[in-house]
Design a protein around this ligand. Structure first.
Ligand code: ZN
Length: 160
């Protein structure tokens, strides 16, 4: 069958950035499984999968806006060092969960002084155009239970 809404798709991928640097890959592990049309994967990739079928391969470059979004300067903020009480060994690159009005956000420490810490709430892949080498393994109808949950069950998906 061809990929359309409510298809369960298993695919292998190699993800590279604009410079051809490999960021991620499924080829050493199990394929990625998702339910098509349920925003399980980034919008630009989901759109490119539409109509494809088992055995198809493709290389698709998804602009940042259709991947993890543009890099947003306002998500970089300076906060008082005292908000990090209990953190004795502050280092750039450390990740924290920040509580915001719209729920918890993962932030990374970009810089810090005695008084302040500069944190960045952008997704690590925000602002990047992403290229996916895709190899579609299987395409099947989702079960009613999978549709109710919005994710794939079985060996490649959730076991519950
Ligand atoms: Zn489930």
């Amino acid at each position: 069958m061809n990929i359309s809404e409510n298809a369960v798709v298993l695919f292998h991928y190699i993800l590279t950035d604009e410079n051809g640097v490999q960021l991620d890959s499924s080829t050493d592990t199990t394929p990625l499984a998702y339910v098509h049309g349920h925003k399980n994967i980034i919008p630009g990739l989901e759109k490119a999968m539409e109509g494809k079928t088992e055995g198809d391969t493709m290389k698709v470059t998804v602009p940042a806006a259709d991947a993890y979004g543009e890099y947003q300067d306002h998500l970089v903020q300076e906060v008082p060092r005292k908000a990090f009480q209990g953190v004795e060994d502050m280092q750039t690159g450390m990740r924290f969960e920040a509580q915001t009005e719209s729920g918890p956000v993962s932030v990374v420490v970009r810089d810090f002084t005695e008084e302040t810490v500069t944190v960045d709430g952008n997704h690590p892949l925000a602002g990047k155009d992403l290229t996916f080498d895709v190899n579609i393994q299987t395409v099947r109808e989702a079960t009613e239970e999978e549709l109710a949950h919005g994710h794939v069950h079985g060996p490649e998906g959730h076991q519950h």
